[in-house]
Every structure is written in C-alpha cells, then in structure tokens.
Design a protein around this ligand. Structure first.
Ligand code: HEC
Ligand code: HEC
Length: 308
C-alpha cells in the first residue's frame, strides 16, 4: 500500500508541474489607437527608445535594435533574448503589432498573443511618451530599419515555464497619464526614474519591485543588487539615495551628469550593466538629480566591484 501512496504522490506532482507550466494566456486589447506622427514625436521617441529599451534591445555590435541575450536570467530558467525591434517583416516584432497592441504590452505586460512578458512593464508611462516611442519604432531610421536577423530564440526549461507562469502578474491598463510639466523638476525626475527604469537595478531585487508604486519597492534606490559581467566579476548597483556616507549625497550636479551620461563616476569608470544615457538632455539628468536629493537618505554600504 505504501508503494501506491508514493506512486500517487509522484503522479500528482507531475500533473501539477505539467498544468502549472502550460502556457497561461491573458486577455488582449480590443482598443483601437493610432500613434500621431510629428518630427517632435520622432525626436523624443528616439531618446526614449535608446534610454529605455536600449539596455536590452540595442545591439552595440550591429548598432541596431536587433536584441541582445539577457544574461541576468539564471540558466535553470532557460535562455532569454530580447526581441528584434526593427521593422523586419520576417524577424522583427513591430510590423506584427498594431499601435494599440504595443501600447498595451508596455502598460500591462500582455503580448499580442496573450503571453505575459515581465521585462518592460511601464504602467505609469504617459500617453505622449508611448506615442513617441511607437512613432520612432515605426520610422525608417537606420537603427530600427529592417534587419532580417536574429540573435537567438528564447526558450524556457520546464522549471522556467513554471516560474514564469507563477510570477505572471499583468498590470491594470491605465491610459490617460500625462508627463509632469518640465518646470517641476522633482516630479520630472521621479517620472524618469520610474519610466527609464533606474529603480529596477538600483533597488533591493528584481523580484520585489513595485511597478505601480516604485517607492514601495524593497530598498528603493538604496542599491546592492548584484550583477555579473561576462568575465564573471561581481558588480553591485550603487546606492543612489542622498546618504552622504554610502549614497550620492556628496555628488555635485556635474559629477552626477558625467556618471549618468558618460559612465564616469568621481572614483572611476562605471561598469556594465550601468548604461551610458548619452541621449538624455542635461535638463532631464538634472531633474533626476534634484529628485534623488529629495528622497530619504538610506545607509546601505554597497560592496566594491570584485573578481570571481
Ligand atoms: C530589461 C530588458 C528589457 C527592456 C528594458 C525592454 N525590453 Fe522588450 N523585451 C525584452 C525581452 C527579454 C523580450 C523577449 C521576451 C521573450 O522572448 O519571452 C522582449 C520582447 C519585446 C517585444 C516582443 C513581444 C512579443 O510579442 O514577442 C516588444 C515589442 C518589446 N520587447 C518592446 C520593447 C520596448 C518598446 C521597450 C522600451 C520601451 C522594451 N521592449 C524594453 C526585454 C526588455
Ligand atoms: C541595468 C541596470 C542599471 C540601470 C537600468 C541603471 N543603473 Fe545606474 N548603476 C548600475 C550599476 C551596476 C552601477 C554600479 C557600477 C559600478 O560600480 O561600476 C550603477 C552606478 C550608477 C551611478 C554611480 C554612483 C556612484 O556612487 O558611483 C549612478 C549615478 C547611476 N548608476 C545612476 C543611474 C540612473 C540615474 C539611472 C537611470 C537613468 C540608472 N543608473 C540606471 C546599474 C544600472
């Protein structure tokens, strides 16, 4: 009898694994929406796409948005590649999406086939910014012009599928959000930290982020998240709260600009994955600085970069 109990337990476990790892599908959008083109929308969209999507989708060997492998995903989950965002009909994604579907994906995480994709949730992004991103992606500029190539196809292990399905939490679709006025630098800085996604890397962990209310993320902006570069060196995201000992309380506005736009901190060159946000305007980086200096300082000593 004992033997049968074990057998039943194993069968139940296998059934649970199979059920949980089956693809979960969510409701897609029925809305109709067409992005409105203008040269300002194109220019602003370009800055946003480079600054926000670039970290994962821009391939610096090809100088195009054909995607990159996401090294942060652990091997037992599978291998993940950011998609080709060029206008290639065979390999690119945007030609197969409507404007409404792209907007819906970025706000909720739900792809056009109902899959949940967690990497680029931007629930609080202003409608104007989403519009401009779409205008740039649909343009014929070199970096997004059709490139019929792929750098790899995402595949998940059985465990990876289970993990992804268990963590699938689409966000509510909230249209009608406006960009804060440029004259309000603190609100602009907060908006950029949220929508560029600085808080994703500079808080406690990717799994404890609160996308709807970023400040409620565990260890918001206090750094410490560990990354590994291709050589296996460990790199820890910096504490960006205004704590004078462990954060950026002693950074001047100019030092901050240099760190964010050129990857050059007062004590040396910054390591990847810290991006170089070259396309951000000084005014935008200054707004981020003003906002960061206004949040509560948190003492959190982050380790130095070190080898294996
Ligand atoms: C943190 C990394 C990351 C960032 C930032 C990011 N993406 Fe992605 N994106 C991914 C990954 C990874 C995939 C592929 C997911 C997969 O294959 O399951 C993807 C897939 C996509 C897809 C394809 C969806 C589909 O149906 O397959 C689109 C469209 C897309 N991203 C648009 C964007 C845009 C636009 C931005 C910037 C506003 C952006 N992404 C920012 C990582 C990212
Ligand atoms: C993909 C992850 C990632 C993103 C996104 C990111 N950072 Fe970083 N950032 C890092 C890491 C990792 C370091 C530490 C690098 C090192 O120690 O060499 C860092 C370092 C910094 C530093 C240097 C601080 C110091 O004490 O030297 C500043 C300033 C900074 N980031 C600002 C920003 C801002 C502002 C944004 C958004 C516009 C941002 N980061 C987005 C990962 C990221």
């Amino acid at each position: 009898m004992r033997k049968y109990k074990w057998l039943t337990a194993i069968c139940v476990m296998v059934a649970v694994i199979i059920i949980v790892s089956c693809k979960t599908r969510f409701n897609t959008t029925k809305t109709t929406y067409k992005a409105s083109k203008s040269s300002e929308a194109f220019e602003r969209g370009k800055v946003l796409v480079y600054s926000i999507c670039g970290g994962c989708h821009y391939n610096s060997s090809a100088n195009k948005f054909i995607g990159t492998p996401i090294h942060e995903v652990p091997g037992f989950v599978g291998k993940v590649y950011a998609a080709n965002l060029t206008n290639s009909k065979s390999h690119g994604i945007p030609p197969h999406y409507s404007d409404a579907e792209l907007k819906y994906l970025l706000k909720t995480g739900i792809a056009r086939d109902g899959r949940f994709i967690s990497y680029m949730l931007r629930p609080n992004m202003a409608d104007e910014d989403l519009n401009d991103i779409i205008v740039y992606l649909r343009s014929d500029e070199r970096a997004v012009a059709a490139a019929d190539t792929t750098i790899g196809i995402t595949h998940f292990t059985l465990i990876g599928k289970m993990v992804m399905n268990m963590m699938a939490r689409p966000l509510p679709y909230k249209p009608g959000i406006k960009r804060p006025p440029e004259t309000d630098s603190i609100a602009t800085g907060r908006y950029l930290i949220d929508n560029i996604g600085c808080f994703h890397c500079h808080s406690h962990s990717f799994t404890s982020l609160n996308y709807l209310n970023p400040e409620q993320s565990k260890g918001y902006m206090a750094g410490g998240l560990k990354f590994k570069d291709l050589q296996g060196n460990k790199i820890y995201a910096s504490n960006l709260t205004p704590d004078k000992q462990t954060g950026i309380g002693n950074f001047t506005k100019l030092q901050f600009r240099k760190a964010v736009k050129e990857g050059q901190a007062p004590d040396g060159k910054l390591h990847p994955p810290m991006p170089e946000f070259r396309k951000l305007k000084d005014q935008e980086v200054d707004a981020i600085y003003a906002y960061l200096q206004s949040i509560p300082p948190k003492y959190n000593k982050v380790q130095e970069v070190h080898g294996q």
